[in-house]
Design a protein around this ligand. Sequence first.
Ligand code: BES
Ligand code: ZN
Length: 639
Amino acid sequence: MRILIAAAAAVLLASCQADRPAPPATETAKFAPILDAPDAVDIHSYAKPLEARVTHLSLDLAVNFETKRIGGTATLDIEASPGAKEIILDDKGLEIESVTDEAGQPLPFKVGAVDENLGAPLTIAMGDKRKIIISYKSAPDAGALQWLTPEQTAGKTLPFLLSQGQSIENRSWIPTQDSPGIRQSWDAHIAVPVELTAVMSAPKWDEADPTPPPPNMRSFGFRMEHPVAPYLIAIAVGDLAFKDLGPRTGVWAEPITLEKAAAELADTEKMVDAAEALYGPYKWGRYDMLVLPPSFPFGGMENPTLTFLTPTFIAGDKSLVSLVAHELAHSWSGNLATNATWADFWLNEGMTTYAERRIVEAIYGPKVAAQQVALGLDAMNKAIEENGGLTGADTRLHIDLKGRHPDSGLTDIAYEKGAAFLRTIETIVGRDRFDQWLKGWFSRHEFQPVTTSIFLADIRENLIKGDKSLEQKLMLDQWVYQPGIPSNIAKADPQAFAAVDAAVAAFKGGKLPGAAAWNGWTTDERLRFLTKIDKKQPADRLAALDAAFSLSRAGNNELRFAFLTLAVANRFDPAVPALEEFLTMQGRRKFVRPLITSLAEDREWGRPIAVRVYSKARAGYHPVTTRDLDKLGLLPQGK
Ligand code: BES
Ligand code: ZN
């Protein structure tokens, strides 16, 4: 099969050279072979990439805010084994008008049975054609897209559209093979209302739009020449302005948010330099960021060349910018070397969380990084508790997602156990040796899918190199395939939070931290305090904390969230108005899901609050957030 694919690839490369420059051959040729390994088979896609796979995607689309649809054509370049007569794509609710070959001849197609999570297979009888054109529209309830009314934006005057593709939602607006192992280069022309700006996760492309827009629309071009995992294709359309931050960094935001965002992001160029010093050249050209309206469901999303960010990280003092270090680190772990399937999500997120803290250390110093490592280990232990304890199947790094949505693997196990694993290896082999290996890992696997078994083979070949005693010390297989925490884990620096931990003990004995102490603490130190004190607190203690440090309305959203979590757990009525405001002013899933879930589970006190808040806030949340919250049954018919 490998030989067939290679031969087909050579023919295809030759045939498509005429109309556009192909991506560098090294980038395409390297990645097909691994997809035939058993652990590279993606159970969350209908595609059969060994028979036929998409290599390039060309979108020519218009955005319609009235109908809440994106529509137009997708032209797919296909690489296939010589006998292949059909190709299977992923489709979630697309309205397909036609499928043709390049000459406009119709090709038969069929949409199969719909699975709630995966959508449906779209099978196209392509015969011997290797370029197909699909005319289609997304559905108004496409899972990747959020259509905001002007009131739901920061500026309040114009509508906004944003997409979130990871993990399996891009099939709701792009007809392609939506599997992280099937890398595709892509380009797009996007027509939008003249008063709006479109941005995407690719460099700007000046080539004229093949379908010139009508006078009330204008068109934007983008072209990603590297093959990327399709979940990394992203779009946003709105009232957007741009500000430079450095020679290759900048920020997009609604005009009203731009200055604050730029001030918060002032260290970004330094972060890119620090990341390059650790992990090798930044391969994507520019590193820009887009600060979205508050309903964006994630903290950040590593869309190549254009990280998407929640505005809730803006604290006014840069105290939450490790988020940027995280998304930037994905430019190596995730975007260069990409998990082939969602079972190996830890390779994306664990490596990134590890690298994030190395970037933070380079810019903000070892003490800050050591504290973030310690907070991370706390989060790991909490995630183990929440996932069945030390023997829970979902506490493994390589997880079994059979019959489940990939997002059920979106826990701090992938992030924090993954990061702890890499930090353990670093501690055992020494920083220099580990850094050299990790940098080599990215360059050996750049623009390729990776799996846990590839990771193990690479580390054995390039780091352990037959050293039996080192092999034993590392406990690699136990780390990735077994639940719980291996005994060799590198512990947190016990001194990382010495002063705060003393204050936690004093609080247990009835003493509030002094104003001077609290004011001298960093955000991480305050967070440590709020997450380490007993979960059960009497109302007068919460009232005292809130009176002293204004936590329920803190401008720092992580602190506010930590306090509101305590408030809900203790039925602390005075914080309810602040809680309601917090849950309606932003839609970050990490904040709203646990708070609303805890409220809903507290039948007597919390549930009525949950019902009231959710009925008000739901319209402002992204589908990935409402998908879970609807299951709580708070509103009639879920909505
Ligand atoms: N790639 C993730 C976000 C994601 C993961 C979206 C899985 C959909 C499915 C992103 O890099 C991320 O991890 N974001 C975190 C922030 C980070 C600092 C831990 C978030 O959004 O909270
Ligand atoms: Zn991440």
